[in-house]
Design a protein around this ligand. Structure first.
Ligand code: SAH
Length: 235
C-alpha cells in the first residue's frame, strides 16, 4: 500500500494537536491510518540554554519575531526528501486559502506547516526556503495553530475513505463555484415556518433548478468576488 497522506506541524504548542482532528471522521481516519500527523516542537530547535526562539524586531515596534535560524533548523530537520512534502507557513499576509488549493494539497503526499507565533517570522527564512505563505481569513489569530488545524481538516476530509458516501463533498459550497443552497429537514412545520413546497414535490428537476437559483442568489448577494468568477467561468 502507498504511504498515507502525511502532515508535519512545527509549533511551540504541540499539545494543540491533533486536538479537534482527533475526534469524529478525521480522528477515525487518523486511527485507521488513512492519514498521519507528526508534531515538531520549535522549542527543541531554540538557541542557548534558554532554548530561545524569538527576538525583538529590527526597526522597533511591539512584540517579538521568530528567529530565522530556529525556523530553518526545524524545517531542515522536518524536510522530507523522499516524500517531497510542500512547506507552508501560516500568516495573515499569505494567499487566502481556498478549496482549489486544498484539493491540490489533499491530492499530494501531505504537508509541512510552520505555525507562526508572536508578531511573525523573520522574512528571510520564508524567502530562503521558498515557504508558501497561507492565510485562513482576513482575521488575526493569536498563533498559526488554529490555521494549521483548519488547513489539515479541509485536506483530510477529502482523503479517500475519510468521509462516508453520504457526506460526499461534490455539491458543497465552493465546489460548484457557488455558495450552497439552504437545507431543510423535519419537522415540515416548525413554529409555523414551513419547508418550501418544491422540496416536498418529488420533482427532481424542479428541485435542482430551485436549489441552483437560490445558490446563485446568495452568492451574488454575499460574495461578489465568487459571483464574478462564476459568471466569467460560464462565458
Ligand atoms: N503581526 C502579524 C500578526 C501576527 S499573529 C500581522 O499583523 O500580520 C501571530 C501568528 O498567528 C502569525 O505569525 C501567524 O502564524 C498566525 N496567524 C494569525 N492570523 C492568521 C491568519 N489569518 N491566517 C493564518 N495564520 C494566522
Amino acid at each position: 500500500m502507498s504511504q498515507p497522506w502525511h502532515s508535519k506541524v512545527l509549533t511551540l504548542f504541540p499539545e494543540m494537536f491533533p486536538g479537534p482532528l482527533g475526534v469524529s471522521l478525521a480522528g477515525q481516519g487518523l486511527k485507521d491510518g488513512l492519514w498521519s500527523l507528526e508534531t515538531v516542537n520549535l522549542r527543541d530547535h531554540g538557541i542557548d540554554r534558554h532554548a530561545t526562539v524569538d527576538d525583538a524586531p529590527f526597526g522597533g515596534g511591539p512584540g517579538m519575531v521568530m528567529r530565522p535560524d530556529v525556523a530553518e533548523a526545524a524545517l531542515s530537520a522536518a524536510r522530507d526528501a523522499a516524500r517531497d512534502l510542500p512547506m507552508l507557513v501560516t500568516t495573515p499576509r499569505g494567499m487566502l486559502l481556498n478549496q482549489a488549493r486544498v484539493r491540490e494539497l489533499a491530492a499530494g503526499p501531505g504537508v509541512i506547516i510552520l505555525c507562526g507565533r508572536f508578531e511573525g517570522i523573520d522574512q528571510r527564512v520564508i524567502e530562503a526556503l521558498d515557504l508558501e505563505e497561507v492565510s485562513v481569513g482576513d482575521v488575526i489569530l493569536s498563533g498559526g495553530e488554529p490555521a494549521a488545524l483548519t488547513l489539515l481538516d479541509a485536506c483530510v476530509r477529502l482523503l479517500p475513505g475519510v468521509m462516508g458516501k453520504a457526506e460526499s463533498a461534490e455539491e458543497e459550497s465552493f465546489e460548484t463555484g457557488l455558495l450552497e443552497y439552504p437545507h431543510y429537514t423535519r419537522p415540515q412545520d416548525w413554529q409555523g415556518r414551513l419547508v418550501p413546497n418544491v422540496l416536498l414535490s418529488g420533482h427532481h428537476e424542479n428541485i435542482r433548478q430551485w436549489r441552483r437559483a437560490l445558490a446563485e442568489a446568495v452568492t451574488k448577494e454575499r460574495r461578489p468576488d465568487l459571483w464574478a468568477a462564476y459568471v466569467r467561468g460560464k462565458q
